[in-house]
Design a protein around this ligand. Structure first.
Ligand code: MF3
Ligand code: CO
Length: 294
């Protein structure tokens, strides 16, 4: 508990950094994204991409794989299992499918999965901390298959979680679905943030401002950057655009700090966070959720 903690939310004990296992390797037959060897990502291009049919069909496959692996990660979220063990499962399964785990060495990220527990908002690094009964944990799974990235995230409860935690997880998923339902060709990017903000308000949660959804395709993070709160980013949505929507809802204040590992983002006040993410294609008559399993 720190001086910002309020008694009516948060978990009993703050999440602390644990040990990292040695860096996992990727066999040479897997085609890696350009940053894999150096960690260097570079600035995103300033253009909006409308993807062609070939890229869209490759995105369908990559996103479907990302979904299957996310489901696998969630299945293993049990008390006593470490997030490093889940990282290993995810790493091996992505490679077995012929893909590269996108987070690995992305700007130096050390693991193949992001795992974010309780008051950790996003970009948590899998380590030797065993999941505990009552934790909520989000897994962000992304993979690079056939030249394109698929990206999705979900939050699950571990063992018995209190009602407040279950409600937070439900609200975050509802926020994502409201954002997705605001997507339409010739619609506006601002509608997505507004729809998500409405859901957060209706539950009394805050939607995190620092981290946004993003265009995704051959590059992991490109425009459009998708805010999960009311905003004035007037940008017309057009068929062929592909981007993620990935709201993070928190119990208290949305302000965040980054741990000394330079990645882990946590709430300042100890309130818990939940996140859901899909990769979305804008179509001629609405949208297609690419990160679904059939
Ligand atoms: N998958 C995350 C997203 O939703 C990005 C993770 S970057 C990493 O955009 F380096 F932390 F993996
Ligand atoms: Co994303």
């Amino acid at each position: 508990m720190n001086k910002y903690s309020a008694s009516h939310f948060g978990s009993a004990f703050p999440v602390t950094p644990h040990e990292l296992s040695p860096t996992r390797t990727v066999p040479s037959h897997i085609v890696p994204p350009p940053y894999a060897s150096t960690g260097y990502v570079g600035n995103p291009p300033m253009v909006l991409t409308l993807h062609d049919e070939d890229t869209i069909s490759r995105m369908r496959a990559s996103c479907r794989l990302a979904r299957q692996i996310l489901d696998l990660a969630c299945l293993h979220a049990k008390p006593g299992v470490t997030t490093d063990e889940i990282d290993e499962i995810v790493h091996e399964a992505i490679i077995a499918a012929g893909a590269y785990p996108s987070p690995l060495n992305y700007s130096g990220f050390p693991k193949s999965l992001c795992s974010s527990i309780n008051e950790v908002i996003c970009h948590g690094i899998p380590d030797s901390r065993p999941l505990q009964d009552g934790d909520i944990v989000s897994f962000d799974v992304s993979c690079f298959l056939d030249g394109v990235h698929g990206d999705n995230c979900g939050t699950v409860t571990v063992g018995d979680v209190d009602e407040a935690g279950v409600r937070l997880v439900k609200a975050a998923e509802e926020g994502l679905m409201a954002g997705i339902n605001a997507v339409e060709p010739e619609g506006c990017l601002t509608s997505i943030g507004a729809a998500i903000h409405d859901v957060a308000d209706s539950y009394g949660y805050s939607s995190v401002r620092k981290y946004c959804g993003h265009g995704v395709g051959e590059l992991f993070h490109t425009p459009p950057f998708v805010k999960h709160f009311r905003n004035s980013d007037k940008c017309m949505l057009m068929p062929g655009m592909i981007f993620t929507i990935e709201p993070m809802f928190v119990e208290g204040n949305q302000a965040s700090i980054t741990w000394d590992d330079n990645w882990t983002a946590a709430t300042v006040d100890g309130g818990r966070a939940a996140q859901f993410e899909h990769t979305i294609l804008v179509t001629d008559d609405g949208f297609e959720i690419l990160t679904i399993s059939d």
